[in-house]
Design a protein around this ligand. Structure first.
Ligand SMILES: NC(=O)c1ccc[n+]([C@@H]2O[C@H](COP(=O)([O-])OP(=O)(O)OC[C@H]3O[C@@H](n4cnc5c(N)ncnc54)[C@H](O)[C@@H]3O)[C@@H](O)[C@H]2O)c1
Length: 355
């Protein structure tokens, strides 16, 4: 079967993981790369797809009929324009997280893709991890009983050099800061498992990066509409960094995912298969806790392969932007809460950016 053509826009740090996923895929392939920094684009194709053309302009990439899906891997504040242009050109879209800097932009992108009849998925790929899929299925089946707590603990480290690599990494207006840039995945997971959220109280601080005017540490307490409480503790200040923990405690069971594996998978009523589930994932897999480059490509590949299947079957993608909007709203509510020094109710009225 002919592979579906993907065009990457943005050939920076994380693009190698996207290109690696496409190289390994049996369903999708990298057919073009666009970057204003043409050297970055050249390096990417040399390593992963030597025959793919390189473009400095997005319009040229869109003029290439081989590009069926646009894969947006630019800095956070630049996603919206590319999504809108791709949709207008009738291309399906997969976009890195966070989808945009505001709900207003997100709604415009969703509407443009709906209007054009194209798929619009977002890489919040932690949802795809095997332990997370089991947690979600067990929650949906009621196996945890009454859920008591759902927490995300991200004690990561990024050195000062990380924030100096590119100007956007230390500019809040470009989507920098531990909340929107790093913890977004885990805010998304809590929202995915327990949402919608009804209120949040958040406090942001800069503990260890005096050279940037940004939060490197977030403490947030979420109340979900179902009454469940959840905490997000997230930081890039804590050397040497530890794997993220997602913890679900219920009256009948407990699950703790650490990195990409289970630390705990325990139910008062065990069922056949629990032992196998307990062993799923890979405890040795690096998950970027201390090194921004240490990420596996399997989850991205899953999202890309699923996108091809969704296009062929005429169904929704596994992580549609319509679903991720609530996670962005929760993250934006955290910024509002920190600024107002007060609890913020959701849905929020502010549809613009948080500053
Ligand atoms: N899903 C994940 O786990 C994960 C991990 C890291 C980064 N990300 C996301 O991936 C995206 C990219 O992050 P990164 O670390 O690779 O950033 P980066 O700064 O290293 O790379 C961005 C690239 O985009 C290019 N670019 C900038 N403006 C452009 C334009 N107008 N047209 C074309 N190219 C342009 C830059 O030249 C650069 O090569 C961000 O949205 C980030 O949040 C996601």
């Amino acid at each position: 079967m002919k592979k579906m053509g993907f065009g990457i826009v943005g050939a920076g740090m994380i693009s190698g993981l996207h290109a690696d996923a496409l190289r390994k895929s049996a369903k999708a392939e990298l057919v073009a790369v666009c970057d204003v920094n043409v050297d970055n684009a050249r390096k990417l194709v040399e390593k992963f797809a030597p025959k793919a053309p390189v473009y400095a302009s997005f319009d040229e990439l869109l003029a290439n009929p081989q590009v069926e899906v646009v894969d947006i891997v630019t800095p956070n504040h630049l996603h919206t324009d590319f999504v809108l242009k791709a949709a207008a050109a009738g291309r399906h879209v997969l976009c890195e997280k966070p989808p945009a800097m505001s709900l207003e932009e997100t709604d415009r992108m969703i509407e443009a893709c709906r209007h054009a009849g194209v798929k619009f998925g977002v890489f919040v790929q932690c949802r795809i991890r095997a332990p997370m899929r089991h947690i979600k299925a067990a929650l949906d089946a009621g196996r945890f009983g009454k859920v008591l707590r759902v927490d995300a603990i991200m004690k990561w480290f990024r050195p000062q050099d990380y924030y100096r690599m590119d100007a956007w990494r230390s500019n809040r207006r470009c989507g920098a800061g531990v909340t929107i840039q790093h913890a977004f995945h885990y805010i998304d997971l809590l929202q995915y498992l327990m949402g919608p959220a009804s209120s949040v109280t958040a406090e942001m601080r800069n503990l260890a990066h005096p050279e940037i005017v940004l939060e490197d540490t977030l403490d947030a307490r979420i109340t979900f509409a179902n009454g469940v409480r959840g905490f997000v503790q997230a930081s890039t200040a804590l050397w040497p960094g530890a794997d993220v923990r997602i913890e679900v405690y219920g009256t009948e069971g407990c699950a703790v995912m650490e990195g990409t594996a289970f630390k705990t998978w325990k139910f008062k009523q065990e069922i056949p298969g629990d032992e196998a589930i307990r062993l799923c994932g890979n405890a040795a897999q690096a998950t970027a806790s201390g090194d921004h480059a240490a990420l596996p490509s399997e989850d991205h590949q899953y999202v890309m392969d699923d996108c091809v299947d969704a296009i062929n079957a005429g169904r929704e993608v596994c992580i549609p932007c319509t679903d991720v909007r609530a996670s962005l709203e929760l993250a934006l509510a955290m910024y509002l809460s920190d600024r107002k020094r007060a609890e913020v109710s959701l849905p929020i009225q502010e549809k613009g950016i948080w500053e």
